[in-house]
Design a protein around this ligand. Structure first.
Ligand code: GLN
Ligand code: ZN
Length: 756
């Protein structure tokens, strides 16, 4: 019998009680002592659950008050100067100030954890003086042992991953920082060993991205140091999200175990190939990440058992640990409470708790669980057979679409002339990204309508009033291209998912996104198909209220894909094509209804980049194709816009250009210089608007500020192709600041025009 383990468990709780406690603390309703008490209860309840499910190696220390990278930084006293920290244990107020900022100190940067939708707080090393401020993993280990008699497996972010994900130092100083951190890690491990810990999980997901000789040398140094300092402690070098790079070298590191991602569609192909070719070292345990920690589908237990059989020919039973492929942080807590899903879908789901059963079952070798295996097979078969997954009409239409090269009728140079004649816009036209402030009143109206308290007519009339109000405001401000404001949309993916076939929505499927913020991603479980117009009513209404062009507004196929849980029986490319085909029909419907400009937002293209650089080109090609499939059937005189958030586009400019959108708007105000330098070497040949003001803050930027952003942009970009717009949608802002900022933006545009 193999041992079982998981790499981490969701923090948020089945009822999101974790979120509620933390937010109550922030608003002052829950004191610090009470917060500690509440979170301790949640933590212990999770441990009890893992114990009851029969998990042998239970992770401890993966629980957090916000984020595990922030925890690690705080443990090492890595607190930027601006937070006024003076050494010793980091007060909770400082911890949350780093995460959220205060009126006097900006929050630390937050960014995506590898290619997941989880965001971590980026440690800032520069100017700090690392010292151990408390042994977190040790506290967690002792708590589990003393309270519940659990022999836990402490989890720590490994030194290489920690350094690589931190900022505030030069690459040349990496080893210097390693010198500073290593003794602290050694102290943590020594104390754990002294307290009786057997296994420690050291997370090094960076090993799946790319690994050069210098980093391999660093790894040898790190694990060489650890194995000498704490020879009795078993270290599980844990990787996840993809297959490990340089397998043979990694396999030789002096650790007691190596954890590999063996989930289909993630690390399985690469890791299994390496195991088959090179075998596995006789002196180590293999952490076999068979149960997919990122997907929401039940495991095929039959296939899992077969894989374990094969692994047993490579590693003996007693050195095989069956586990999840990554932390369960990335899936919702439990599927058991869902009551509104189609039965064949619900039965086929495995969220965190269901995955615990699968891990335990597979580790037992399926012993005593014929029924479990049969029910899993039956559930997967029922989903396979679901008519929602076999839409011949969709399959044929999508195939026909994919067989043709997705290309607009005429090249941009010609489209541009036709569009200029049609719209007669001034030089440096002004516009916005789509959404206007979603006031409490707007949200309330939507809620009343959803609950059935407002009939459709009343809700429609309310939305029309909002559109009237904002169309009038936009005209009065003097914007050139207007939008309807997106008042009918809660979320840019959910809105479309609810109107397309093939999607399902859970009631409780929350996943932590950043800090206390949770998201409930839609599930794409069937063939995606267009039912009826989704945005035409509101867009056409807005257009009827003004002579200026109104842009239609859609979410693009890649963004919908990247922000959903996706079926795994089709390739992501196939699902993207189905989405593209459905959205194309909406684009065509808008065009037929007389809308001359259509924006297809793709803010999530960048974050879907695969972890391995070698796979970037293929991914980008597929993303570009999906966008073009969505937009290519429009007339040359129809102007296609797109929008992207985030700032690191330097390595993507060619793909952005290949999308062939007539106009792109990009968030850039916080990284203006960087963004511009990408265009110095690459003359962008299509319409482009670089955001001239940051929409994440309520601050109203002055005319001068924006004018100078515009002026700088025009030193590298062609004025006849340049647009003026904010960074992103304005739905989180208030009306007053929005109007004031847009007035200043329009004035800045007027001044810029005078100079040409
Ligand atoms: N059109 C969307 C909006 O304005 C775009 C949002 C986004 O880029 N994330 O809200
Ligand atoms: Zn945006």
């Amino acid at each position: 019998m193999a041992n079982s383990s998981v790499l981490g468990y969701p923090r948020i709780g089945a009822e999101r009680e974790w979120k509620r406690a933390i937010e109550a603390h922030w608003t002052g309703k829950l004191g610090e002592e009470e917060l500690h008490r509440s979170l301790r209860e949640i933590r212990l309840a999770h441990l009890r659950k893992l114990q009851a499910k029969g998990i042998d190696l239970i992770p401890v220390g993966d629980f957090s008050y916000y984020d595990h990278m922030l925890d690690t930084a705080a443990m090492f006293g890595i607190v930027p100067e601006r937070f006024g920290y003076e050494g010793g244990s980091v007060p909770l107020s400082v911890y949350y100030a780093m995460a959220r900022g205060t009126h006097s100190a900006a929050a630390c940067e937050m960014t995506k954890w590898f290619n997941t939708n989880y965001h971590y707080i980026v440690p800032e090393l520069g100017g700090t003086n690392p010292a151990l401020t408390g042994n977190r993993p040790l506290r967690a280990y002792l708590e589990a042992k003393e309270e519940l008699g659990i022999e836990g497996k402490p989890v720590i972010v490994g030194p290489l991953t920690f350094l690589k994900l931190s900022k505030g130092y030069e690459a040349a100083e990496t080893d210097l920082w390693l010198d500073r951190l290593l003794p602290l890690y050694v102290q943590v491990l020594t104390e754990l060993s002294g307290a009786g810990a057997k296994w420690v999980q050291i997370d090094e997901p960076i090993l799946v991205t790319k690994l050069d000789e210098i980093d391999l040398t660093r790894l040898r140094r790190i694990f060489g140091t650890f194995s000498q300092a704490v020879p009795g402690l078993k270290l599980m070098l844990q990787t996840y999200f993809d297959s490990v790079e340089k397998y043979e070298e990694i396999a030789r590191l002096p650790v007691a175990g190596i954890g590999l991602d063996l989930a289909r569609g993630f690390g399985r192909a690469g890791n299994l190939a390496a195991l088959r070719e090179h075998g596995f070292p006789a002196d180590k345990s293999l952490g076999a990440g068979i149960v997919n920690g990122r997907g929401i589908w039940r495991s095929d237990l039959e296939e899992g058992l077969a894989l374990i059989e094969e692994l047993k020919s490579i590693v003996p039973d007693d050195r095989l640990i069956v586990q999840t492929s990554c932390s369960l942080l990335h899936v919702p807590v439990s599927a058991a409470r869902e009551t509104k899903l189609p039965p064949e879908l619900k039965q086929a789901l495995a969220f965190a708790d269901e995955k615990l059963d699968e891990v335990a079952y597979l580790a037992r070798g399926g012993e005593g669980g014929e029924a479990a295996r049969a029910s899993s097979a039956a559930a997967l078969e029922a989903l396979r057979q679901s008519p929602a997954r076999q839409r011949l009409d969709v399959r044929q239409a999508v195939e026909a679409m994919a067989a043709k090269e997705p290309k607009r009728g005429a090249p941009f140079a010609e489209r541009r002339k036709l569009q200029a004649e049609r719209f007669g816009l001034p030089l440096l036209p002004t516009t916005t990204i789509g959404s206007f402030p979603q006031s409490a009143e707007v949200r309330r109206a939507r809620r009343l309508w959803r609950n059935g308290e407002w009939p459709q007519e009343r809700y429609d009339a309310y939305i029309r009033e909002q559109i009237d109000h904002w169309v009038a405001l936009q005209e009065e401000i003097g914007l050139d291209v207007l939008v309807h404001g997106e008042f009918e949309r809660t979320d840019m993916v959910e809105f479309f998912g609810e109107k397309l076939d093939g999607f399902a929505f859970t009631q409780f499927g929350w996943v932590q996104s950043y800090g206390s913020r949770c998201v409930k991603p839609p599930i794409i479980y069937g063939d995606v198909a267009y039912r009826e117009a989704m945005t035409v009513k509101e867009t056409v209404y807005a257009q009827s209220r003004t002579k200026r062009p109104v842009k239609g507004m859609l979410t693009g196929p890649v963004t919908i894909l990247n922000w959903s849980f996706v079926r795994d029986d089709l390739s992501r490319e196939q699902v993207a094509q189905q989405l593209a085909f459905a959205l194309r029909q909406e684009v065509e419907a808008l065009e037929r209804a007389g809308i001359g400009m259509i924006q297809v937002d793709e803010p999530a293209v960048r974050e879907g980049l695969p972890l391995k650089p070698a796979e970037h080109a293929g991914y980008l090609k597929r993303a570009v194709d999906a966008f073009r499939q969505t937009t290519c059937t429009t007339a040359d005189r129809t102007q296609i816009h797109t929008h992207m958030c985030y700032c690191e586009f330097h390595d993507m400019i060619e793909s952005i250009e290949a999308m062939d959108a007539d106009v792109i708007s990009i968030e850039s105000s916080r990284s203006h210089g960087e963004m511009l330098s990408s265009f110095e070497t690459h003359a962008y040949p299509l319409g482009i608007g670089l955001g001239v003001y940051d929409i994440h803050s309520p601050r109203v930027p002055s005319v001068e500020e924006m004018a100078s952003q515009i002026e700088r942009a025009l030193t590298v970009l062609d004025p006849s192709l340049f647009w003026i717009n904010p960074d992103c949608g304005l739905k989180t802002r208030g009306q007053e600041e929005t109007v004031a900022a847009l007035r200043n933006m329009a004035e800045a545009a007027r001044r810029a025009r005078e100079r040409f």
